[in-house]
Design a protein around this ligand. Sequence first.
Ligand code: MF3
Ligand code: CO
Length: 290
Amino acid sequence: MEKISRNAPCWCGSGKKYKICHMALDEKIHHYELEGHIVPDRSILKTERQLEGIRASSVLNIAVLDAVEKMIGPGVTTQQIDDLVHHMTIEMGGIPAPLNYEGYPKSVCTSINEVVCHGIPSRDRVLQEGDIINVDVSTLYKGFFSDSSRMYCIGEVSEEKKRLVQVTKECMEKGIAMVKPWNFLGDMAQAVNDHAKANGYSVVVDIGGHGIGLEFHEEPFVSYVTRSGTEMLMVPGMVFTIEPMVNMGSSEIYVDDADGWTVYTEDGKPSAQWEVTVAVTEEGCEILTW
Ligand code: MF3
Ligand code: CO
């Protein structure tokens, strides 16, 4: 990290002198680094002004998911969900972040039953009684990104699937409970993974969460299978997603060759996912998309 003199203005843009602003925090982070831990680069720590921007983006993000909740049900096509997300986001002055992201063709991801994530909305996919679906909304608003997803049970759903949806939500909540300064991302991951395993489920290894805010996907990669005491140190100003994918069967997955996006469980059993964007604060955790 670049050295700043004690009396120079702080790098965070607060206008305060470095020595009364971020200096003590930087020294503490450096201490962990010397002990061999992975620590965040200053570039991913958000300033108060940036956090304000991400909060405003998150307001749009959750408003869209609230609207999805009202219209979703048997007989609705995933294209209708895409239309709602697209139009509502634009109407509120935002941009749906998935649209054209690395060639992604739609404004939202809709992942049903054995689809793990990145399901592409389609006119041909009509939601049916018994389906479970993840709707993943990512929003760009005035230069700031937010990301969250929820599961919806369509009509009467089997007890088995309902339990998967419920336990996956609990996994996310157990992860959130571990978010506070000077914990490690691995502490959060282990809390998620332990709860999934205790319920006989498995957590997807190859796809995870991410830092977010100024970009859609920032450092670090956020795993939900790593061990306590490992991975990046949590520091105030970090913003990232908690979005574990939990499979009823094995954790093995594959990507659809035909569309290059849709991720399926290898064994064809159902998968569930919940997602929030969180910020590490001085006191603990702020859930931005809830
Ligand atoms: N919302 C997904 C995430 O959590 C992003 C998927 S990329 C897309 O990271 F292009 F498929 F939208
Ligand atoms: Co995400």
